[in-house]
Unconditional design. Sequence first.
Length: 248
Amino acid sequence: MCALRRTPATPRHGLARVLSKRGVCSRTEAAAWIRAGRVMLDGRVVRDPEHPTALDAAAILVDGQSLAAPARRYLMLNKPRGLVTTAADERGRATVYRCFDGAGLGWIAPVGRLDKASEGLLLFSNDPAWAACITDPDTGPEKTYHVQVDAIPGPALLSALTDGIDAGGERLRARSATLLRQGDRHAWLEIVLEEGRNRQIRRMLEAADLAVLRLVRVAIGGIALGALAKGAWRELEAEEIAALSGRG
């Protein structure tokens, strides 16, 4: 697992990235602030978002105010189906940030994604280093999904999901795939991924001629969705934060 490390003071990055890494805002927002002349560094206005800046630079002002690092926040949300995982949608669709209306949380960003039709556990934070640990494809925690499909898959198909399925020229596989329960025409599967590629489960099952009726992420590492109501969120406990980043 990825353990958080102290960021060295000497390397320099673009000013917009420094603001983002401090958890003040997104990198896109920071770049807009800089171009608008709202950011000063060492007593002068800087309009280049890529201006080399030390991560621990103290003399950064935004709108004339000293830049204080906000308190780190780590949240989990039970994402409802039908919301897109983005801060703003160019097509005007409702986003996951609707669930935080009125909470006064400041800037937070999704840690990973769930597509519009998917639901379940979604993490948010204003700590980019922690988020990078969670989303690292090599060392990040496993993700567990409960998936309703439109048929009753047999043992051969479940084995194929773990052995690997060719989908659009890409070899995709799950760490495990088990049958949870079945009815006359539909079934629920539990699928665990080590590395969540774009729409991976949907693509794998589509390649196996199965349609996904519902897809719910129920756990990330040892953090389970549990009884959290749909559309509700909560702060992560200290031990949960450490466990997800590999320090627990």
